[in-house]
Structure formats: structure tokens, C-alpha cells
Design a binder for this molecule. Structure first.
Ligand code: NAD
Length: 359
């Protein structure tokens, strides 16, 4: 393996107790873990290292920080109630970044139960752990997929999320509702982040950029759905990590006055017992520039110095036509401003891919 060393390997004593990161061997979770360790935090990482995609990629990501003195790893499944209870009991995390999930929309056709056990039952166990130890802030991953076939661009948090198109999206919407109920009932401050198409080094082998790069280098055709016409808020992983790290420091507070909640929030649910609003927020996190798939492919071709052979196909069932992220609320909350455009982001991915696969 030829990997980049973690940035700023920090060996200072950790601050403020451990942060639990679920999905720490995953694409986004491994980036978040490296950043938190570099910032001087202690991290307990949990991942079941499942075989949804190449487990070697997961273990290589883990190897980047597994030996860090402030990192402890637990290999286990979110659906294992006793294990999750024991993890909270033993490590007493004060903050949790919950990223582990069964992702992907197509895999659900063959494996629907995994989505419910990992995403719904698993998230319930995380919420119970937060309740058990009085966690100060839970930040969890949701997705732009909750907007379904919404066609009003850009997507803002008050747009309808009542019609998810896939089981994956339905489980993520369920997570938002479950976290809201725990915030409301047990005062667990929680923030859901709706990620928009995340890409970058160490990216997922089931996602377009990885699949396209692999096929183009091998001279094989790429499958271009919707004839390359759909647009996506492609978001570079460092911009996601920055948002997670900043929001983690800002747990939402219960508000007495519903006029103090952020604008455009769909969650102004007053507690029937008072005018209190649960300490719960949901934010979009994504690039405001939405890019057509064909342009993304052109940027990749230029970076690889090779033309793609394309198999043009219609939009697939469950795929949303376009996504575009309105991040006004997150910008207001944490001064969020994505820094990396697709030219720079794709170049960074290709550099990593060539390096890692010696391609
Ligand atoms: P990933 O598949 O690379 O990471 C998820 C990790 O969770 C994997 O390492 C996997 O082994 C682990 N995991 C899965 N089920 C588990 C279980 N039951 N118990 C313990 N560990 C388990 O995916 P990612 O792209 O890093 O996504 C992270 C989060 O962000 C997910 O919640 C995903 O739904 C969400 N998200 C990702 C994107 C994206 O574009 N990558 C977009 C929207 C939302």
C-alpha cells in the first residue's frame, strides 16, 4: 500500500473525553477520525468492516490511524445491542459522530434487511447509548436522498421530505425523526447533516467517480445514467469534514422561543408541555455549485488524460434527477463555505487513486 500519511499526526494529550465515531473505517468516517486525532481529540472508532465493498480498502484506511495513541478501535455491529451498550458504558463518550450505515441505493434490491438493521435498529442503539450516558452532542449523517424527486432547486431544509424514492432514503429519513424524538423526549442535543454526493481520496468503490476512473483506465465503457444530464452538488470530503468538526462544537440548545430557531427549519416542533423547542437541528451540507454529470466526466477525462467510452442509459429507478444544496442555514450557524471545486477535487482523487492502485 502506498498511502498518504495522516496530516499533522498529533500526539498531544486528548481534550474533553473521547468522541465516538461510528463508521470509522468508512470513506467519510476515516477522514473525520484523522481530522479529530490531528486536532488533539481522543477517538473511539466503531465499524463492523463489512464486505459491502473491498474490506482491504477499509483496513488500509484504518491503518492510517489505528496505532495513534489517542485512537481505540471496536470492531462490531451497530445492530448488536449489548455491544453498543458496552461501548458507551466503557468509553463514556461526550460527543458522537454517527456515520456508520448501509449506504448505496442499488444494493437494497437484494439486501433490504441490512438497511433496516444497520440504519434503523443501529441508530436506535446509538440513541439509547446517548441517552444512557448523557451525551452532549450527537451529529449524524443523513442524505440529500431524503428530498426524493423534489424538483425545486436548490433544496432547502423546509422542502418536503415525505416521498423518499428508495429504502435507503426512507431509513435516513427515519433516522432524522428518531433523533428528533430523542431530542424532544430526553433532551439529547442532536444535529443531522444531509450530505450531498461526497467524493475525494479514499472514496467509495461503488460510487461514480471511483467506477469511472477504474473503467476509463482499463479502457472499459462507463455506464452514464440519464444520458449524463443530471446535476449533482458534488462535495469534496474535506468540506464535509470541516462542517462536521465545526458543528460538533455547537450543540443545539432547547429554545423557549420558537422564533429563535434557524430560518427555514422544518423542525419547529413545540413541546406540547411548553413553548420549548427540542435541541435538534437538521442542515444541508454540500457544494452550492451543482455540476452536470457530463461535465464531471470531462473533468475526469482531462485529469486522466484519456477519453471515456460511454454507454448512455436512462435514469435508473430510485435515482433522483438533480440535487442542489442550499447551505444558507449552515453558513449562518458555522460560517460554512465549501472551498474545493470539482477540478481540484477530482485531481486530488485521481492522484490518490493512481498512488494507491499503482495505476
Ligand atoms: P461507507 O460505506 O464508506 O462508510 C460506512 C462505514 O460504516 C463502513 O466502513 C461500514 O463498514 C460501516 N458500517 C456499515 N454498517 C455497519 C453496522 N451495522 N455496524 C457497524 N459498522 C457499519 O460510507 P460513507 O460514504 O463514508 O458514508 C458515511 C455516512 O454518510 C453514511 O451514513 C451514509 O449514508 C452517509 N452519506 C454518504 C454520502 C456519500 O456521498 N458518500 C452521501 C449522503 C450520505
Amino acid at each position: 500500500m502506498n498511502s498518504h500519511p495522516p496530516k499533522n499526526q498529533n500526539t498531544k494529550a486528548p481534550k474533553n473525553g473521547p468522541i465516538l465515531v461510528t463508521g470509522s473505517a468508512g470513506f467519510i468516517g476515516s477522514h473525520v477520525t484523522r481530522r479529530l486525532l490531528a486536532d488533539g481529540h481522543a477517538v473511539v472508532g466503531l465499524d463492523n468492516l463489512n464486505e459491502y465493498y473491498d474490506p482491504k480498502l477499509k483496513s488500509d484506511r484504518l491503518a492510517l490511524f489505528a496505532k495513534h495513541q489517542n485512537y481505540k478501535h471496536v470492531t462490531g455491529d451497530l445492530a448488536d445491542r449489548d455491544l453498543i451498550e458496552a461501548v458507551f458504558d466503557k468509553h463514556q463518550p461526550k460527543r458522537v459522530v454517527h456515520l456508520a450505515a448501509q449506504a448505496g441505493v442499488r444494493y437494497a434490491a437484494e439486501n433490504p434487511h441490512v438497511y433496516v438493521s444497520s440504519n434503523v435498529t443501529g441508530t436506535l442503539h446509538i440513541l439509547e447509548g446517548c441517552r444512557q450516558t448523557g451525551v452532549e452532542h450527537l451529529v449524524f449523517a443523513s442524505t440529500s436522498s431524503v428530498y426524493g424527486a423534489n424538483t425545486k432547486m436548490p433544496f432547502s431544509e423546509h422542502d418536503s421530505t415525505e416521498h423518499p424514492l428508495t429504502l435507503y432514503a426512507a431509513t435516513k429519513k427515519a433516522n432524522e425523526m428518531m433523533a428528533h424524538s430523542y431530542a424532544h423526549l430526553y433532551n439529547i442535543p442532536s444535529t443531522g447533516l444531509r450530505f450531498f454526493t461526497v467524493y475525494g481520496p479514499w472514496g467509495r468503490p461503488d460510487m461514480a467517480l471511483f467506477l469511472f476512473t477504474k473503467a476509463i483506465l482499463a479502457g472499459e465503457p462507463i455506464k452514464v445514467f440519464n444520458h449524463g444530464k443530471h446535476r449533482r452538488s458534488f462535495t469534496y470530503v474535506d468540506d464535509i469534514v470541516e462542517g462536521i468538526v465545526r458543528i460538533l462544537k455547537k450543540p443545539p440548545k432547547p429554545t423557549e422561543d420558537s422564533t429563535k430557531t434557524p430560518k427555514n427549519q422544518s423542525t419547529k416542533t413545540p413541546d406540547p408541555a411548553s413553548s420549548r423547542v427540542a435541541p435538534y437541528r437538521i442542515y444541508n451540507i454540500g457544494n452550492e455549485e451543482s455540476v452536470e454529470l457530463m461535465r464531471y466526466i470531462e473533468v475526469l477525462e482531462k485529469e486522466l488524460g484519456k477519453k471515456a467510452k460511454m454507454e448512455m442509459l436512462p435514469l435508473q429507478p430510485g435515482d433522483v434527477p438533480d440535487t442542489e444544496s442550499d447551505v444558507t442555514n449552515l453558513t449562518e450557524a458555522i460560517n460554512y463555505s465549501p472551498q474545493v471545486n470539482v477540478e481540484e477535487g477530482v485531481a486530488n482523487f485521481v492522484k490518490w487513486y493512481r498512488d494507491y492502485y499503482k495505476a
